[in-house]
Design a protein around this ligand. Structure first.
Ligand SMILES: [Zn+2]
Ligand SMILES: [Zn+2]
Length: 137
C-alpha cells in the first residue's frame, strides 16, 4: 500500500495538480492493488454520482503518461492499472485469479537475456502463475 500523502507529492513532482478527482482515483487504485477502469468507475461512482467515465479516462491518461499509474496487461484479461512501484513480478493465482505483486528486479533477468540473445532488449515484464498466498493458507 502506498501512502496517499506520497501520491499527493508525486503528482506535484510530475507537474500534475493534485485535484480531488486524481487523488480519489489514485486512492481507489491503491486500495484495490490492481483494477480495471470499469470497476474503478463503479467504485468511485458510489461516492461521486456526478463522475463520468470520460473524466476517469481523461485523468487516467495523464496519470499513466506521468507514470504515476502503470498499465498492466495480462493474457486473457482486461487491462488493469496499478500505482507505479518498483520493479516486480505479477503472480497470478490459478485458483482464484488474484494478482500478487512480488518484488523483483527484472533488470537482472534482462541482463541475462541480453547476453544470451545479443538483442537490444530494453524492458521486461514477468508474470508467474501458481497459487496465491490467500489460497495457500
Ligand atoms: Zn488465490
Ligand atoms: Zn503490480
Amino acid at each position: 500500500m502506498t501512502n496517499i500523502l506520497n501520491i499527493d507529492n508525486k503528482l506535484r513532482e510530475k507537474g500534475l495538480r493534485a485535484t480531488a478527482q486524481r487523488l480519489m482515483i489514485c486512492k481507489e487504485i491503491d486500495k484495490a492493488g490492481h483494477i480495471d477502469i470499469e470497476t474503478l468507475y463503479e467504485n468511485l461512482k458510489a461516492d461521486i454520482p456526478s463522475l463520468s467515465l470520460a473524466t476517469i479516462y481523461k485523468n487516467m491518461h495523464s496519470l499513466v503518461s506521468k507514470e504515476i499509474i502503470s498499465e498492466v496487461n495480462l493474457k486473457g484479461r482486461k487491462t488493469i492499472y496499478e500505482i507505479t512501484i518498483d520493479s516486480h513480478i505479477h503472480h497470478v493465482c490459478k485458483n482464484c485469479g488474484n494478482i500478487e505483486d512480488v518484488p523483483f528486479d527484472t533488470m537482472q533477468i534482462l541482463g541475462t537475456i541480453k547476453e544470451l540473445s545479443g538483442k537490444d532488449i530494453q524492458d521486461c515484464k514477468l508474470t508467474t502463475y501458481g497459487i496465491c498466498s490467500k489460497c495457500t493458507n
